[in-house]
Each structure stands twice: as C-alpha cells, then as structure tokens.
Design a protein around this ligand. Structure first.
Ligand code: ADP
Length: 173
C-alpha cells in the first residue's frame, strides 16, 4: 500500500525490518543501552553482526525520544538509526516522546542525505504502546514533517503482523 504525503512516498508493508535491502536506512526500536534485545533490536543486531554493538557502545545510553545513527554492518542497508521509544505508562508524556523518535530519526536521515528510511512500529512491542494510539502519533508526525524533508523521499513502515498492517492501512497508507 502506498500513498503520497507532501513530496514523500509513504508505504505500509508486512515484513521484517532487517530484510529491507532497497532502503538506505532502517530504524531500530532500540533499548537505552543500544544493545541486542528481543523484537526489532534482536533482528537488527542479528542481521548486522557484532560490529553493530561495538559501534553502539560509546553512543549509549540514550533517553526516550532520542535517536543516534550508525553504520549497518552486515545488514543490506547503509545506516541504522536507533530510537528509544517511551515505555507506555512510564515515560511521559508518551505521545510527545514517541513523536520525538520519528522526528529525530528523520532529522538524522536528512543530515546524512538519506533518501529512503524504513521504520518499525516503535514502542508497540515490549514497551506496550497500544498500536492504534501509536499509529495516530506516527501519522500526525509524518504529516507535519513531510513538507520540511528535502533528502528523504521514501518512508516505509514495516509491520510484523498482518493485523498491525491493517491498522496502518486504515490510519496512514
Ligand atoms: P519496543 O521495545 O520499542 O516496543 P519491540 O521490538 O518489542 O520494540 O516491538 C516493536 C514492534 O515491532 C512490535 O509491533 C513488534 O511486533 C514488531 N517487530 C518485532 N520484530 C520485528 C521485525 N523483525 N521486523 C519488524 N517489526 C518487528
């Protein structure tokens, strides 16, 4: 599913964030220590190999809403942008912190002249953010940022499950 927001092509697909070879950057739903974990962080670090954790070590810890950028090592991309989403019910205000993740990730992509970025649904796994609420935050943030983007031309949302994809299709794509 594809839509155009501003000058940006926005796509919503079902798949694995670690298997997006046509995107220059993939976003990691990171933990504060930027280390391998479950879910997205597990898949990204598995695909990238141990060099990623090594590159990440001096950049940690990060705070909710923050993002840092590294190389992609053995992943089929050029960059990984690591974002720490809010833990739902703990890090507040969660909507603002979640929006900051997407904003900061896109800001870093712009700085590195990255044309295509793939995002997972940050905070909606282990961090417990209800998917529909999180997707509304994502949609608002992307709509606000789209007119400001010069280098980023393509944004892909990669959802792990078909039911999550249906929510994204309804709200965003
Ligand atoms: P967080 O800790 O930010 O909640 P998680 O990695 O636990 O991050 O989950 C974020 C979302 O990513 C969840 O919706 C989860 O189902 C999904 N997810 C898990 N593994 C992958 C993957 N390999 N590719 C894309 N999405 C994934």
């Amino acid at each position: 599913m594809k839509t155009i927001i501003g000058n940006i092509t926005v796509e919503c697909v079902q798949g694995d964030i670690a298997a997006q070879p046509d995107m220059a950057a993939v976003v990691n739903a990171a933990n504060a220590q930027l280390m391998p974990g479950g879910g997205v962080a597990g898949a990204i670090h598995r695909g990238a190999g141990p060099g990623l954790a090594e590159e990440c070590r001096p950049l940690a810890p990060i705070k909710p809403g923050e993002a840092v950028i590294t190389g992609a090592h053995n992943l089929p991309n050029q960059y990984v942008i690591h974002c720490l989403g809010p833990v739902y019910g703990v890090d507040k205000p969660e909507a603002q912190l979640l929006a900051n993740c997407y904003r900061n990730a896109l800001r870093l992509a712009e700085e590195k002249r990255i044309n295509a970025v793939a995002f997972p649904a940050i905070s909606t796994g282990i961090f417990g953010y209800p998917l529909r609420d999180a997707t509304n935050v994502v949609a608002d943030t992307i709509k606000k940022m789209a007119p400001t983007l010069k280098n980023v031309k393509s944004i892909r949302f990669v959802l792990f499950s078909q039911s999550d994809l249906e929510v994204y299709k309804e709200i965003l794509c």
